[in-house]
Design a protein around this ligand. Sequence first.
Ligand code: CDP
Ligand code: CDP
Length: 228
Amino acid sequence: ANRQPMIAIDGPAGAGKSTVARKVAEVLGLFYLDTGAMYRALTWFILKSGVDLGDEPTVAELASQCQIDFVNTPSPSVFVNGEDVTQAIRTPEVTARVSAIAAQGAVRAVLVRQQQHYGQRGGIVIDGRDIGTHVFPDAEVKIFLTASIAERARRRQVDLKNLGQSDVTLGDLERAIAERDRQDSTRAISPLRKADDAIEIKSDNLTIEEVLGAIVTLYQAKTASLLV
Ligand code: CDP
Ligand code: CDP
């Protein structure tokens, strides 16, 4: 393919994909695309519009009117039609509904096309649920990043505390994460699953730096072998 190598990172909620992907991109000098933030941004837009989330034709129409932009300076931010939604896409309301929106075929068609366009020249770290299986099945490095539900809930609780939301119990978080895992891995279109050629990293007992190091090493080995 006429492009730079790319890294696809898939896995369930809270496995550490976006944290690690952002750092991998920094270390290797690659672009980073957070596809989960795209599904969240569209979900925010649909909730704001007040339409019935199950009205698929109208949701599809809104998807085509939703311009999502990523801006890196002064800090990583997400915009929808020019409005900064960086915080708004992380609320419990958006989190609870994003998987239902992401299950709709027309929605996925619109966002996947944007992702493929964005990544067509390679040189990118892209994370999500279906990147290695569907969006870029020929990605040079594919990672399936996981952790137990208990560990992922614990990490989410720390993240929420830092956002000032300290009233969420671990039990609630475990249930919400398990439900999202269920929806994401049982949907008909591009469900969450490990690509056959993805390397699985279970991060329960690994630090962010250890996961980062493993992925950087895999990428460097791959680019070296492509030069031969
Ligand atoms: O960060 P977190 O793990 O909570 O989730 P996310 O990566 O922000 O993704 C939010 C939701 O978007 C997921 O639960 C999926 O339903 C959906 N998603 C998807 O269907 N396909 C992707 N490539 C990325 C996200
Ligand atoms: O993107 P995804 O939903 O997979 O996870 P995230 O939004 O990056 O959240 C992962 C959280 O776990 C962050 O607070 C990280 O600091 C923390 N963490 C990690 O990502 N990796 C580890 N090995 C340990 C902790």
